[in-house]
Design a protein around this ligand. Structure first.
Ligand SMILES: Cc1cc2nc3c(=O)[nH]c(=O)nc-3n(C[C@H](O)[C@H](O)[C@H](O)COP(=O)(O)OP(=O)(O)OC[C@H]3O[C@@H](n4cnc5c(N)ncnc54)[C@H](O)[C@@H]3O)c2cc1C
Length: 460
């Protein structure tokens, strides 16, 4: 079904003709997100520049029963911002202002289109710290981060986006504007509705302002790389670090394939003579940092590491973090299609899960690169494949089914940070169970009775 010309006219009246795209060649870049092998042309793309405009667009969509797919930068990895046929893609990248930095309350109020790194930079310029740092932080928006409850390299110690959201302005599907939360550290008035919208993947409302919590900057940090000649030794070292009650800020894993791809791409001098490496960073009071670093080094040695190398200065530490952040892009260069997953397991099960993923790749004769937020138990097995090869894609699907089943069997989850979207919705009922699925559906029906927001995502 095509969108009616009257809807286009009304959208142009609301946001201005310059903010409505309808030509095929203009729509193509908005037909997909970061998820491989999923695309759909939208009916149009609309750039809103204010909450009032978002409200009017949603009111119109509600009245005309036009589906709306909200979009930030389109870096999502579960198909969340992939359009549905004849929908309005409501893109918020032009709502990109930092509205307030409140030093007295350690908060920042931002519009949804602000790029994540701009928030971290603005906080740092004020001597403060915004910890969530998804690998995509140079391009992802805070609206997308909140809608996916994104994690990052520092999630182990500092938590995920949810832990830094104090308030949200949300436009509901009928256009009504609601504000939830405030600058109070404590607030138990009513249900915590803001938490319902965090991680809601654009299915319940459109986030138009975010009030963020900032924290003091850690006084010191130390970055180290440990290399291993067996992947499961690295995984066992991570489990041992956590069991020793050390919570470093970063505990990331790269396998041999990823190390070589990253080094080829970023040329940062990563060690190439190993099967796996751990990137470890501890931060805080200098004395604690020194003690934790020494303890982690000892644990790596007890778990048969080949070498532990300390970054000599901040510049080298930053280079190593950049290398890790470029893992997905580096892997994406070596195959036409890269399919990245984020099955997550309790941290005591890491070595078992790593061995399982390796065995599955062998069983299905697939090429795989793995880089993980291992301290969080969050694995990113990435299949290097070609979507034009239908037979191989079938093997990839079968391999993922086995990986998700094993993650659930080990007490884990089918997604640690990328969300359900389209990519994982087939797996959600098995993971969530009947009662939870019914609650999810009831909530969605209550908030969006006409089902206009991101229909078909998360569940049908
Ligand atoms: C190279 C790379 C590295 C990545 N690393 C990480 C990582 O370390 N950790 C991690 O968690 N993710 C990571 N991601 C995934 C992705 O970047 C995050 O999910 C990110 O939060 C998406 O932001 P976005 O602005 O691109 O949102 P989009 O992809 O545009 O949208 C994502 C979802 O949010 C919804 N949405 C967007 N804006 C709003 C809004 N204002 N209101 C309501 N709903 C909205 C959309 O409808 C969609 O469902 C990575 C992706 C890439 C490509």
């Amino acid at each position: 079904m095509q969108m009616a010309a009257t809807v286009f006219d009304e959208l142009r009246r609301i946001v201005g003709a310059q903010n409505v795209l309808t030509e095929k060649e203009d729509l193509i870049p908005y037909a997909f997100d970061g998820t491989a092998a999923m695309q759909q042309m939208p009916g149009c793309v609309v750039f809103a520049t204010s909450t009032a405009e978002v409200s009017m667009v949603l009111k119109l969509a509600s009245e005309t029963k036009t589906p709306v797919v909200t979009r930030g930068s389109g870096t999502g990895l579960s198909g969340g911002s992939v359009p549905v046929a004849s929908c309005i893609v409501l893109c918020l990248v032009k709502m990109e202002k930092i509205l307030e930095l409140d030093r007295a309350n350690l908060t920042m109020l931002v519009e949804p289109g602000v790029v994540t790194i701009a928030i971290a930079d603005a906080a740092a310029a004020a001597g403060l710290f915004y910890p969530p740092d998804p690998g995509s932080m140079k391009i992802s928006t805070i609206g997308g981060n909140v809608a996916e409850n994104s994690g990052g390299l520092r999630g182990l110690k500092y938590g995920v986006t949810r832990n830094y959201v104090m308030g949200l302005e949300v436009v509901l599907p009928d256009g009504e504007i609601a504000w939830m939360g405030n600058k109070c550290v404590k607030d138990v008035a009513g249900y915590s509705l803001k938490d319902l919208f965090i991680g809601s993947e654009g299915t319940l409302g459109v986030i138009t302002k975010v009030l963020l919590r900032l924290i003091p900057k850690p006084a010191a940090k130390r970055t180290m790389v440990a290399t291993f000649n067996q992947m499961d030794h690295a995984a066992e070292a991570v489990s041992a670090i956590i069991a020793a009650q050390i919570i470093p800020c970063t505990l990331e894993f790269l396998d041999r394939t990823t190390i070589h791809c990253v080094e080829d791409y970023a040329k940062v001098g990563l060690p190439l003579d190993c099967e796996a490496l751990l990137l470890m960073e501890t931060d805080g009071h200098p004395a604690v940092v020194a003690e934790e670093a020494a303890h982690m080094e000892r644990i790596c040695r007890e778990n048969s590491c080949l070498e532990v190398r300390l970054a000599k200065d901040d510049a080298e530490a930053a280079k190593l973090a950049t290398a890790r952040r470029s893992a997905f892009s580096a892997l994406a260069r070596v195959a036409p299609t890269t399919i990245l997953e984020d099955a997550t397991v309790p941290r005591s099960e890491l070595a078992r899960m790593i061995r399982f993923v390796e065995a599955v790749a062998k069983k299905y004769k697939l090429r795989i690169g793995t880089f993980d937020h291992m301290g969080d138990g969050n694995l990113h097995p990435t299949f290097l494949t070609d979507e034009r090869n239908k037979e191989e894609m079938h093997r990839v699907e079968e391999a993922f089914k086995e990986i998700f089943d094993e993650a659930i069997r080990l007490g884990g989850t089918i997604t640690g940070e990328h969300g359900i979207g389209l990519a994982k919705k087939a797996f959600l009922p098995k993971f969530a169970g009947d009662a939870q699925m019914r609650l999810l559906r009831d909530l969605r029906r209550t908030l969006d009775p006409a089902g206009i927001l991101n229909p078909g995502k998360m569940f049908d």
